[in-house]
Design a protein around this ligand. Structure first.
Ligand SMILES: *[C@@H]1O[C@H](CO)[C@@H](O)[C@H](O)[C@H]1NC(C)=O
Ligand SMILES: *[C@@H]1O[C@H](CO)[C@@H](O)[C@H](O)[C@H]1NC(C)=O
Ligand SMILES: *[C@@H]1O[C@H](CO)[C@@H](O)[C@H](O)[C@H]1NC(C)=O
Ligand SMILES: *[C@@H]1O[C@H](CO)[C@@H](O)[C@H](O)[C@H]1NC(C)=O
Ligand SMILES: *[C@@H]1O[C@H](CO)[C@@H](O)[C@H](O)[C@H]1NC(C)=O
Length: 349
């Protein structure tokens, strides 16, 4: 297994720089009838919030490794191999590189920033701005809060947190974060109003305004013809920025395009400080098995909820019926990872 792992992940690296052409950055394909052990290259990316600045630039760390799966798909482990810092000078109000998702689209590894509304093409240690978007319906001067990316009909769907924007004390401001963007391969962009979709989705679990459901992890499944949502936070109580960090949830919601047949499944034990920040369906599992990241941001002193937050991330694997395959495994480096993708970084970067 280990020999296979090193050959598998490192071969393109050794070829890089020689006369042999660098392989394409490709979506990992596994035949779902394949019943042998699986070893898949995996990458995750950080959103370190205000801790991203170093001298005159900003950075995000891409960690890479491999996910191994037993023949019977009941045992799995993840082995991390290394990291790469992606740096950029591109910023908005001194904020940058707060990466919130990772997705291969048209042979490019893309990431999105939740402060500056830019979708980047990650390449060779840098982040190349590809498309930039404003928040809301397209008439705002503020940047798009990009939280999730998924692919449907060869288009990149870029979404935000999917709830009403409020003040720190919970007063309604606007619906800007309930609009999404649909981006084509050449960078053309269309706005979609998802207000009624997000409202219907949370209503399926008995939540309505001033309660909330906040999203960072959303995918379309072509196999199931359904949208899947793993919310970060949700509560029937009114939003309060000082205590929202304790409203993490363990639900998986799925619905077809009408948002009229939402089903909910609970994943593992509910730990209120942990909520989902990203996921992917594992290749070769017919979109039956998910690998997901959970994060928490807990103030060191609860009487000062907005300063000195302690960040943590866990990785977990489960079936869409709720069966847990890999319990929350801590990443133990004190940062938040908000994007995950099956990508071979030696081919993609
Ligand atoms: C099954 O997957 C493994 C590992 O990804 C690969 O080496 C093998 O060739 C595949 N087998 C078939 C029959 O596709
Ligand atoms: C599945 O495979 C793993 C690893 O090979 C093994 O430990 C486990 O007992 C197997 N489970 C079943 C239900 O066969
Ligand atoms: C990324 O940069 C940080 C800050 O300079 C440093 O501590 C860390 O070791 C770097 N990580 C990698 C993988 O180079
Ligand atoms: C990658 O970056 C290094 C320096 O950071 C540069 O020397 C090299 O030319 C770049 N390679 C490509 C293919 O852009
Ligand atoms: C967007 O929303 C603003 C304010 O709510 C409204 O005035 C404007 O007409 C809308 N624009 C579009 C393109 O829908």
């Amino acid at each position: 297994m280990w020999l296979l792992l090193s050959i598998f992940l490192c071969a393109p690296f050794f070829l890089n720089g020689s006369e042999i052409k660098k392989p394409l950055c490709e979506v990992i394909q596994v035949d779902s009838k394949n019943n042998s052990d699986m070893l898949l290259p995996l990458a995750i990316i950080t959103d370190m919030d205000s801790k991203t600045k170093q001298k005159d630039s900003w950075y995000s760390t891409l960690r890479y490794g491999a996910l191994a799966f037993s023949q019977n798909r009941t045992a799995s482990f993840i082995h991390w191999l290394g990291g790469v810092n992606i740096t950029s000078n591109f910023n908005f109000n001194q904020k940058s590189m707060e990466m919130s998702d990772l997705k291969i689209f048209n042979n490019r590894l893309l990431s999105v920033d939740d402060k500056i509304g830019v979708v980047y093409w990650l390449r060779n240690g840098t982040a190349i701005p590809w498309v930039i978007s404003s928040t809301g319906n397209g008439s705002s001067s503020s940047p798009f809060k990009g939280e999730w990316m998924t692919i449907r009909n060869n288009k990149l769907y870029l979404g935000s947190s999917g709830h009403e924007l409020r003040t720190f004390t919970g007063e309604y401001l606007n619906d800007d974060e309930m609009y999404i963007r649909v981006i084509s391969g050449n960078g053309g962009m269309r706005v979609e109003d998802w207000i009624s979709r997000f409202v219907k989705l949370r209503r399926a679990v008995g939540i309505s305004f001033p309660g909330y459901m906040i999203h960072e992890a959303v995918h379309w499944s072509d196999v199931h013809k359904k949208w899947f949502f793993l919310p970060r936070y949700a509560s029937k109580e009114p939003y309060n920025a000082a205590t929202a960090y304790e409203t993490g949830v363990n639900m998986l919601l799925s619905t077809s395009d009408c948002f009229c047949d939402t089903k909910v499944v609970y994943i593992g034990k509910h730990k209120p400080q942990r909520g989902f920040s990203a996921f992917q369906f594992i290749p070769g599992t017919n979109d039956e098995i998910i690998v997901a990241l959970k994060t928490s941001e807990v103030p060191a002193d609860p009487t000062k909820p907005f300063v000195n937050k302690i960040f943590s991330t866990w990785i977990t694997i489960f079936k869409i019926d709720g069966t847990v395959i890999l319990e929350d495994q801590a990443l133990e480096d004190g940062v938040k990872y908000e994007g995950i993708e099956f990508a071979n970084v030696f081919q993609c970067l």
